[in-house]
Write a protein that binds this ligand. Structure first.
Ligand SMILES: Nc1nc2c(c(=O)[nH]1)N[C@H]1C(S)=C(S)[C@@H](COP(=O)(O)OP(=O)(O)OC[C@H]3O[C@@H](n4cnc5c(=O)[nH]c(N)nc54)[C@H](O)[C@@H]3O)O[C@H]1N2
Ligand SMILES: Nc1nc2c(c(=O)[nH]1)N[C@H]1C(S)=C(S)[C@@H](COP(=O)(O)OP(=O)(O)OC[C@H]3O[C@@H](n4cnc5c(=O)[nH]c(N)nc54)[C@H](O)[C@@H]3O)O[C@H]1N2
Ligand code: SF4
Ligand SMILES: [Mo]
Length: 690
């Protein structure tokens, strides 16, 4: 039976940062095929297995569509009005009894991939007025924001590698062939890297693991986890020592070059070689090649962000681009110009850190959010200001934040918890109410965030592909429903996400509109990235700060590591093409095949510890232990073991242990407050075969 929907639809995928254009065929009201859209000016036909599985989320019988309320272990469905009334009442009661900050909020990763949530959740947080706000940022890219704020004046002024025009791409701690790129929206990295090499350029990957990206690079440089700041300083050292630095066009408005030169002086390649595991000759050659390339760009991602020196790493990556004249120039690190530009009206020189602190450990807020590593203790520690209620939206922090087992215990003690989420999972099962929004193909989409990080200036808006049932609600309806109930008589009607989007597009740099974008379903191409400095800088003095004092001061902490013996075994993570953080295991076409939650370890370590391939091993850290099968491979360097995150015991065919039952909330990048998910000391024991 054909329906009004039948035919061809265009929709950008919102599962990851690559925002690929898709062509969907609908027959009899069902999606029967998904292909990459060759006419999308950014993705040019790219699609990955997750994108192809996008319709399966809709078909997944476990996906929630109606509100659920829990009494003990029993879940019952509620009507929407009843559910929203109940949630608002309970939240207000907790705040009346324990104060505004007794309600904590955690926003997870899909928040930034849903324009409805992005453009409507802020109103609810303002109505709540709580300072207990957390998100996945502090288990991810917080150091990028910190360095951008210190150097360029705003957390979102992140320089993006101009991969399509560079001749030398230095990747530290990123694996875009598995992740499809992050803080670098560049769909189809395999093809982009192939083109880079075809034009005579080089790709170098610095990573403790020989990754899928390292496989297609010219050079893989294995590095001991957590030591990249030393390597980056040594690269700068060589560049200064051999007078390879070139100011480039940004020199006229850059301060701090002499301070940076002085700071890197003690870090000779010879001095850091042992600790990093990278020999001095390799470091010297890398510095020379990078400086000599006509267009070069250094890029550091998760591996150099979620580690003990994340802030230093992101600063030094930017600094390397600046001193080699590659900031804000073609083929270097550039600032995109998105059609919907959240940076259009920034306040210059805004203080965004330390305006308040966590109660228990006094960790500083950054851009309105506290480090999520502190959430469990804020719930568990009695006293004035204790958290008694939690709201999660698009998040699964029990699997995604340090010491998830402790957070799980903490969530069990709450007076009230509500989760805005589409699944019943390790986190949402603790909620008293789950409010499931429409998702994916049911929603309209414009990527509000990732066009700010894209390697080309484009814009794409798509209408929903699938209709929602009468009993479903959109995310913005849920947020607005709660906001108006909490704000009571003060609530004025807010504009809808669609209206906000249209307003932003009309006032944006290209003066476009939703109407115009609707007539271009493949997207509009505004061309390659353009130089944007110094106009785009948000520092009070309008200059780039190459040597911000807090970053210089943090070098003392790094120096100490040169004098300590390194731990014998360090744990790192591993993203996998067919997984999406903690939540797409319900999609069967992604979960076929052998179990993938394995602990990779090098043959030398396996021999030393008496571990056989496939044997179960116990991995223990300061906070916990997990049991997983070993996978012996020389892809990881000796002294390093790798475990993917996002697994749980109830993930069907792909069940596994959670890496965050090992990670330690007390170990942070103390400069930024970011969690340390890589370079964690662990002990390994082989378990008797069963
Ligand atoms: N050890 C270790 N830990 C890590 C990482 C690591 O590399 N190693 N990576 C970290 C990183 S980078 C990140 S971003 C975090 C991610 O951590 P989180 O953001 O906390 O978790 P996700 O696994 O992304 O879970 C997404 C949740 O959103 C729900 N969801 C999916 N779509 C929608 C939707 O449209 N609407 C709503 N309301 N909900 C939806 C899913 O059911 C799921 O509960 O994990 C971090 N944790
Ligand atoms: N298929 C898939 N794609 C995803 C996701 C997913 O779960 N699955 N998650 C999405 C999210 S939320 C994010 S944030 C991005 C992340 O995108 P990426 O950062 O590209 O992905 P990761 O695989 O986490 O890459 C981190 C790399 O750092 C390495 N590493 C670990 N420790 C160190 C270290 O100390 N130094 C160096 N130099 N390297 C180190 C790891 O071996 C790994 O290869 O991916 C996104 N895309
Ligand atoms: S790469 Fe990301 S955006 Fe592209 S199809 Fe895959 S999941 Fe979707
Ligand atoms: Mo992330």
């Amino acid at each position: 039976m054909s329906t009004a929907l039948d035919g061809t639809h265009y929709r950008a995928c919102n599962l990851c940062e690559a925002i690929c254009g898709l062509i969907l065929t609908v027959q009899d009201g069902r999606v029967t095929s998904v292909r990459g859209d060759p006419d999308d000016p950014l993705s040019r036909g790219h699609i990955c297995p997750k994108g192809a599985a996008l319709p399966d989320i809709h078909a997944d019988p476990r996906r929630l569509k109606r509100p659920l309320r829990r009494d003990g272990d029993t879940w019952t469905e509620l009507g929407w009005d009843e559910a929203l009334d109940y949630v608002a009442t309970r939240l207000r009661d907790v705040q009346t009894q324990h104060g505004q900050d007794s309600v904590a909020v955690y926003q997870g990763n899909p928040s930034v991939h849903n324009s409805g949530t992005m453009l409507s959740s802020g109103g609810l947080w303002r109505a709540l007025g709580t300072r207990q706000r957390y998100s996945a940022t502090s288990v991810d890219q917080l150091p990028h924001h910190y360095a951008a704020w210190q150097m360029f004046g705003h957390p979102l002024l992140l320089p993006i590698p101009d991969v399509d025009r560079t001749h030398f791409f230095l990747i530290l701690g990123g694996n875009p062939l598995a992740s499809n790129g992050s803080i670098m929206t560049a769909p189809g990295m395999r093809a982009r890297l192939k083109a880079l090499r075809a034009r005579g350029g080089r790709v170098v990957v610095v990573d403790p693991r020989r990754t899928e990206t390292a496989d297609v690079a010219d050079l893989h440089v294995p590095i001991r986890p957590g030591t990249d700041a030393l390597l980056l300083l040594a690269l700068l050292h060589v560049i200064f020592e051999e007078n390879l630095d070139q100011g480039g066009r940004t020199a006229a408005f850059t301060d701090g070059l002499p301070e940076l030169r002085r700071a890197s002086a003690p870090f000779t390649p010879e001095r850091v070689a042992d600790r990093t595991g990278v020999d001095a000759a390799t470091i010297r050659n890398l510095a020379r090649d990078f400086a000599a390339a006509s267009h070069a760009v250094a890029y550091g991602r998760m591996g150099v962000s979620t580690q003990a020196f994340g802030g230093l790493c992101q600063w030094l990556v930017n600094a390397l681009n600046v001193v080699t004249g590659n900031l804000d120039r073609e083929g270097g690190a550039m600032f995109p110009t998105p059609a919907f530009d959240t940076l259009a009206r920034v306040r210059k020189g805004e203080q965004v850190m330390g305006r308040w602190h966590t109660r228990v450990r006094a960790l500083p807020e950054f851009d309105g959010e506290l480090p999520v590593a502190a959430l469990a203790e804020e719930i568990l520690t009695p006293g004035e200001g204790q958290v008694h209620a939690v709201i999660t939206s698009c998040g699964n922090p029990v699997l995604s934040t340090p010491n998830g087992a402790q957070l799980k215990r903490a969530l069990g003690t709450l007076d009230f918890m509500v989760s805005i989420d589409i699944y019943l999972n390790e986190t949402t099962r603790h909620a008293h109410v789950i409010l499931p929004p429409a998702t994916g193909l049911e929603t309209e989409h414009y990527d509000v965030i990732f066009h700010h990080f894209a390697v080309r200036n484009t814009a794409r808006f798509n209408a929903p592909v699938l209709p929602i049932g009468e009993d479903q609600r959109f995310d913005h309806q849920i947020f607005e429903g709660l906001r108006t109930r909490l704000a009571g008589n003060d609530a004025r009607p807010a504009s809808t996400p669609t209206e906000r989007l249209d307003f932003g597009l009309r006032h944006g740099p290209y003066r476009t509109s939703l109407e115009e974008l609707r007539t271009h379903p493949h997207g509009i191409d505004y061309g390659p990235l353009q130089p944007r400095l110094p106009e785009r800088l948000a520092t009070t003095d309008g200059r780039v700060h190459l040597a911000p004092p807090p970053l210089l001061a943090d070098l003392a902490r790094l120096e100490v590591t040169l004098h300590n013996d390194p731990p014998e075994l360090l744990l790192i993570g591993r993203r996998q093409l067919r997984r999406n953080n903690s939540w797409m295991h319900g999609v069967q076409r992604l979960t076929r095949g052998p179990a993938t939650c394995t602990l990779q370890l090098h043959p030398h370590d396996a021999a030393r510890l008496g571990v056989h391939n496939g044997q179960h091993v116990r991995v223990a850290s300061r906070v916990g232990a997990v049991t997983v099968p070993a996978e012996i491979t020389d892809r990881v360097m000796p002294g390093v073991v790798s475990l993917p995150h996002g697994y749980g015991p109830a993930h069907g065919q792909q069940s596994g242990a959670s890496a965050n039952d090992l990670t330690d909330p007390d170990t942070l990048d103390t400069l930024t407050g970011n969690a340390v998910l890589n370079g964690l000391p662990v002990q390994l024991t082989a378990l008797a075969p069963t």
